[in-house]
Write a protein that binds this ligand. Structure first.
Ligand code: SAM
Length: 213
């Protein structure tokens, strides 16, 4: 598995784990300026740990949807370029502001990812959209934000089955989400994020030529 520049495997508490270099954010262990990036707390971390071909090299411009308190997006900002972090809940967004404080390339946006027109004037075209919104209509959120993605860019999406429908079989939910996603994206790879996250599917997709947005 190739890791982006700025992400290293290091040993923390006798465990070989991912890490990035930067200021700690959520009480994670650090050593020599490197922060443990626990895949059990991060869907993107799990996508890297399970060997998905994320296409991340480091230094990319990123739009991150569903930033919450900044756990994952702070690691992203440690290895990426300008990183726009969208979160609509005010409470976690306060912690997100703290995570952004020492990171000059992390820009929190207290916005609804279903309404990209409310932040389109701020966000430049990006190389990568990372999405972890854990809400109903996850494919629609990805379609609505496709407009920001460069033609050769990538969508790295974590789909939570239970957020779409708690009662249905996760595989059925995943099929339906992928079908909707194909309105605007070509799906390159999918993988279960277990054992790190139960009933989550990691998806790597690229924008589809001429698809409606
Ligand atoms: N990605 C985060 C991490 O790994 O650090 C965890 C994200 S949590 C699973 C999902 C987050 O998405 C929640 O904080 C929720 O408020 C946010 N969210 C859900 N729907 C959203 C929307 N339409 N716009 C913006 N944020 C949304």
């Amino acid at each position: 598995m190739s890791l982006p520049d700025g992400v290293q495997r290091r040993t923390f508490e006798s465990e070989d784990v991912l890490s990035t270099e930067g200021q700690p954010v959520y009480g994670e262990p650090t050593a020599d300026g490197w922060r443990k990036w626990d895949a059990r707390r991060s869907k993107l971390g799990a996508m890297l740990e399970t060997g998905m071909d994320t296409g991340l090299h480091g230094g990319e411009t990123v739009l991150y949807l569903g930033a919450a308190a900044g756990t994952t997006v702070s690691h992203v900002a440690d290895f990426a370029g300008p990183t726009y972090a969208v979160e609509f809940a005010a409470r976690p967004a306060r912690d997100l502001l703290d995570a952004a404080e020492p990171r000059g390339n992390l820009f929190p946006l207290l916005k609804d990812a279903r309404k990209p027109e409310t932040y389109a004037h701020v966000v430049e075209p990006v190389d990568v959209v990372i999405q972890d919104v854990a809400t109903r209509g996850q494919a629609k959120v990805a379609l609505a934000n496709r407009q920001f993605l460069a033609d050769d860019g990538r969508l790295l999406l974590a789909v939570k089955a239970r957020s779409e429908d708690v009662a249905r079989e996760p595989d059925e939910v995943f099929d339906e989400v992928l079908e909707t996603l194909r309105d605007g994206y070509e799906v390159r790879e999918t993988r279960s994020l277990e054992p790190f996250h139960e009933d989550h599917l990691g998806v790597v997709a690229t924008p589809r030529d001429g698809a409606s947005q």
